[in-house]
Design a protein around this ligand. Structure first.
Ligand SMILES: Cc1cc2nc3c(=O)[nH]c(=O)nc-3n(C[C@H](O)[C@H](O)[C@H](O)COP(=O)(O)O)c2cc1C
Length: 233
């Protein structure tokens, strides 16, 4: 098992973080999760509004959430919150994001998992694993207060990033998962989340299973010129 590395720099945490999509069943102690969440809650937020809330699901609760989500997936019972259009429909993505999204899909499905573009069943099979938190012992569902405007989503993003980096220093791995947003209604029902909150992300937390091919995937980034403009003088 990976060990806590208090000497890990922020840079180390940033560069070693990656989305892990297969976990070992090694448990993560509740005290560890509590400490990580407490620290992540030190994240900045607009007017210190702290719009985030996390449901931590483990054991039987996690399994029953997975079963409910698989049932909804099989029945096509998608239920997104109309207050929060998370992303464009697949055909509505514009450049340059469209190309980046396709490149990501190709690199993960084709090059890493060996799944052909046309193999819908195999793709669906991998997608389905999202809802089992990729086998991680801990699943997190992040919600924000509804009707706070887009700023709350920025705040929640800071919380997520802090959590992912803090996890690294404990030898833990994560995968942020927007796929849960597709089942906002099912999740809110299963976890008794009131409708003044919006599901904005899920997350798997645990120890990477390095033997699984999917975890060999490494994502690429655009060069600095594509993402930064320096304005001087
Ligand atoms: C908000 C958010 C939602 C994401 N949703 C999913 C998801 O549902 N399923 C998944 O496998 N990966 C998901 N990812 C992981 C991204 O695909 C990943 O961050 C990106 O490809 C860059 O790779 P890296 O995290 O390994 O650096 C998500 C990431 C973020 C930040």
């Amino acid at each position: 098992m990976a060990v806590t590395d208090r000497s890990m720099t922020v840079e180390d945490a940033v560069t070693t973080r990656r989305s892990v999509r297969a976990f070992r069943d090694t448990p993560v102690p509740r005290e560890t999760v509590e400490r990580l969440l407490g620290l992540a809650a030190r994240s900045a937020s607009n007017s210190n509004s702290q719009p985030w809330h996390v449901h931590v699901v483990t054991g039987g609760a996690k399994d029953s959430l997975t079963r409910a989500l698989w049932a909804a997936l099989d029945d096509g019972r998608f239920g997104t919150d109309p207050r929060y259009p998370y992303q464009p429909a697949p055909d509505d993505w514009v450049e340059p994001y469209r190309s980046r999204r396709s490149a990501f899909g190709r690199a993960l499905y084709q090059d890493t998992l060996g799944i052909d573009r046309g193999d819908r069943d195999a793709r669906a099979g991998h997608h389905r694993r999202n809802y089992a938190f990729f086998g991680a012992p801990v699943g997190l569902i992040l919600t924000v207060g509804a009707d706070l405007g887009c700023g709350a989503f920025v705040d929640a993003g800071l919380f997520l990033q802090a959590l992912m980096l803090l996890a690294r220093a404990d030898g833990l791995d994560t995968c942020a998962q927007a796929s849960f947003v597709d089942f906002d209604l099912v999740i809110r029902h299963e976890l008794s989340i009131p409708d003044d909150r919006i599901v904005i992300c899920g997350m798997s937390l645990g120890y990477a299973d390095e033997a699984e091919r999917v975890n060999a995937f490494r994502s690429r980034r655009e060069p600095l010129e594509a993402i930064a403009t320096f304005v001087d003088g």
